[in-house]
Design a protein around this ligand. Structure first.
Ligand SMILES: Cc1cc2nc3c(=O)[nH]c(=O)nc-3n(C[C@H](O)[C@H](O)[C@H](O)COP(=O)(O)O)c2cc1C
Length: 224
């Protein structure tokens, strides 16, 4: 027993073992991956050296079955900036520290006026509405099923849109609604556009990458 205890103590304090634990913990803590995720650096860029992050943009999503997370990864690749974070893991007061935000949600709560996403956004939109995001560019994307739920396509996207708009944010990324199969959506602005990028991984996933590429190009012309 005594020998086992001594060995365990040595193993826990030896340098290689600590390094292994260190590497593992970084992998397991997404907030430590990617240079500019939740804690934007306040150091001047001259002292930071080359960085893929020209501005501190946050990318936040929620998901039930993983599709919105997959799409958030594609948006991150196209933007070349911050890696996405599940809004459930975020202190929402930190959103005010970013230069701009991209936020995305699926719709699950079919036909509902509130809590349309049915995901973590429902828990935090109230707190977000109390933030001051005046003048910050914010773009919304949403996932839905334009055939199975064609009358309610991406309804939750509008709930995010109005919440962030109420904070004084500069809402960007409106997207033409003509190339879709939906019948109706609360996310329609009335001028032939959705309030953000609508995506349908259930029926039109072949169009997703092309849509993201064009939307990201649009965002870069609109303040991102
Ligand atoms: C029970 C149920 C309800 C849904 N309600 C809607 C809806 O009202 N509007 C819509 O556009 N999509 C609706 N969907 C489709 C999901 O939003 C879509 O599959 C989405 O990609 C899921 O994203 P997630 O994997 O990130 O959760 C619904 C799907 C299910 C199974």
């Amino acid at each position: 027993m005594a020998c086992t205890a001594v060995f365990a103590t040595l193993a826990a304090t030896s340098t290689p073992h600590r390094l292994l634990i260190g590497k593992k913990s970084i992998k397991e803590r997404p907030a430590l991956r990617g240079g500019c995720r939740t804690m934007p650096s306040t150091r001047p860029s001259k002292t930071r050296g080359p960085s893929p992050c020209f501005a501190q943009h946050g990318l936040f999503y929620s998901t039930s079955t993983g599709k919105t997370e997959e799409v958030a990864d594609l948006i991150q690749e196209a933007m070349g900036t911050a890696a996405p974070q599940d809004i459930a893991d975020v202190d929402v007061s930190s959103l005010a520290s970013f230069d701009g935000l991209i936020v995305g949600a699926p719709t699950w709560n079919t036909g509902a006026d509130t809590e349309r996403s049915g995901t973590s956004w429902d828990d935090v939109l109230g707190s977000i509405s109390g933030l001051d995001l005046k003048g910050k560019p914010v773009a919304v994307f949403g996932l839905g099923d334009s055939i199975g739920y064609g009358e309610y396509f991406c309804d939750a996207m509008e709930e995010l849109y109005s919440t962030f708009k109420a904070t004084g944010a500069k809402m960007v990324g409106h997207w033409p609604a003509d190339d879709y199969q939906h019948e109706d959506s609360k996310a329609l602005l009335g001028d032939g556009h959705f309030c953000g990028l609508a995506l349908d991984q259930d029926n039109e996933d072949d169009k997703t990458e092309e849509r993201i590429e064009a939307w990201v190009a649009q965002l870069k012309n609109e303040g991102f």
